[in-house]
Design a protein around this ligand. Structure first.
Ligand SMILES: Nc1ncnc2c1ncn2[C@@H]1O[C@H](COP(=O)(O)OP(=O)(O)OP(=O)(O)O)[C@@H](O)[C@H]1O
Ligand SMILES: [Mg+2]
Length: 321
């Protein structure tokens, strides 16, 4: 077991087989026959909220269909890490072309994570790549928002919508981890973690682990582990924005919301507390800005875009002096 897997419970407890996977019953039900008779596997598109198993399931499918050779015959690319569609095109083409003895496997697999962060132009190019390589390759595209995926790609894929992990299963999974790690827990504590992380199992496991580093899993430690660290991070984000360091603020915000699963509602709540506590000279403007984005988010605008715009607007405050 690698060091990372030992260190981080999200990795240590990442399912390796389909029967270790929890929730997402309707997705699993549709996938089982495809895994059995893989020659009929379509391109697939996994969408849904963070920490619900999309990437994990992509890897499980590659393992189930490609068997022992899965690492040789599949690649996992992160669309937002790769520099533009040309890099993806080159990597996919080289991978598709690379000479092999494919009698052992039905096709090669390309798992493209965070595909919804690709620009429309890049997605149009991706659609062509999918067509050009469709004899030898199958794609699993993954993203949080299906609305960000262009229609021609959607129509070429079987779409699987992942749902937030329900409280009962999430608590059961946390309980299993506690028992395995010999951590004392209160049932109410596990329910509280479920409540805070809102069906995002990655955030729930991360919070469980930071709480366990303080002691037992009880309400007091959970509050310490969740509130304090979020609050100080948001204060830091606010100060970075006020210092006009928009980029660092944006990266830290994205880490909180995407990796730790902090909801946009809590983000705004903690920011409001930070503004009130620190009494910046721009307090009035800050509250007005916060109220504007609070309203936009409530009315259903994309929270990621709105929180980024909020930081952009705060970053401009001292610039215009
Ligand atoms: N359905 C699930 N069954 C068991 N464990 C899960 C499940 N979903 C998530 N997990 C846990 O959460 C971790 C993160 O899951 P994963 O990376 O698959 O999420 P994701 O849906 O791809 O999230 P994101 O949209 O943020 O990329 C896993 O390593 C695993 O520990
Ligand atoms: Mg993922």
């Amino acid at each position: 077991m690698s060091e990372l897997r030992d260190l981080m419970w999200v990795e240590k407890y990442r399912p390796e087989k389909i029967n270790e996977f929890i929730n997402q019953e309707s997705t699993i039900k549709r996938l089982k026959p495809i895994i059995k008779n893989s020659s009929a596997m379509p391109h697939m598109l996994f969408t849904g909220p963070p920490g619900t198993g999309k990437t994990t399931l992509g890897i499980i499918i590659a393992k189930s269909i490609l068997g022992d050779n899965w690492q040789e015959y599949s690649i996992l690319l992160n669309a937002s890490d790769e520099r533009g569609i040309n890099t993806i095109r080159n990597r996919v083409k080289t991978f598709a072309r690379y000479a092999d003895n494919r009698e052992k496997i039905p096709f090669k697999m390309i798992i493209l994570d965070e595909a919804d962060e690709m620009t429309n132009d890049a997605q149009t190019a991706l659609r062509r790549i999918m067509e050009e390589t469709s004899k030898s390759c199958r794609f699993i595209l993954i993203g949080n928002y299906i609305s960000n995926i262009i229609e021609p790609i959607q129509s070429r894929c079987a779409i699987f919508s992942f749902t937030r992990i329900n409280e009962k299963e999430l608590v059961k999974q946390l309980e299993l981890i506690c028992k395995n790690e010999n951590i004392k827990f209160e049932e109410q504590g596990l329910e509280e973690i479920s409540e805070i992380t809102n069906g995002d199992l990655r955030s729930a496991i991360n919070l469980l682990q930071s709480c366990a580093s303080l002691g037992d899993i009880n309400m007091k430690n959970i509050q310490k582990a969740s509130g304090h660290s979020f609050k100080s991070k948001i204060e830091e984000i606010l100060e970075l924005s006020l210092d006009n360091d928009f980029n660092s603020a944006r990266i830290k915000m994205s880490e909180l919301t995407n990796i730790y699963g902090l909801s946009e509602k809590d983000f705004l709540k903690y920011m409001n507390e930070a503004i009130n506590k620190n009494k910046y000279k721009e307090m009035k403007e800050l509250i007005e800005i916060l109220a504007k984005y609070d309203y936009r988010i409530i009315t259903g605008s994309n929270p990621d875009i709105q929180l980024t715009a909020l930081l952009a607007e705060i970053s401009n405050l001292r610039k215009t002096e």
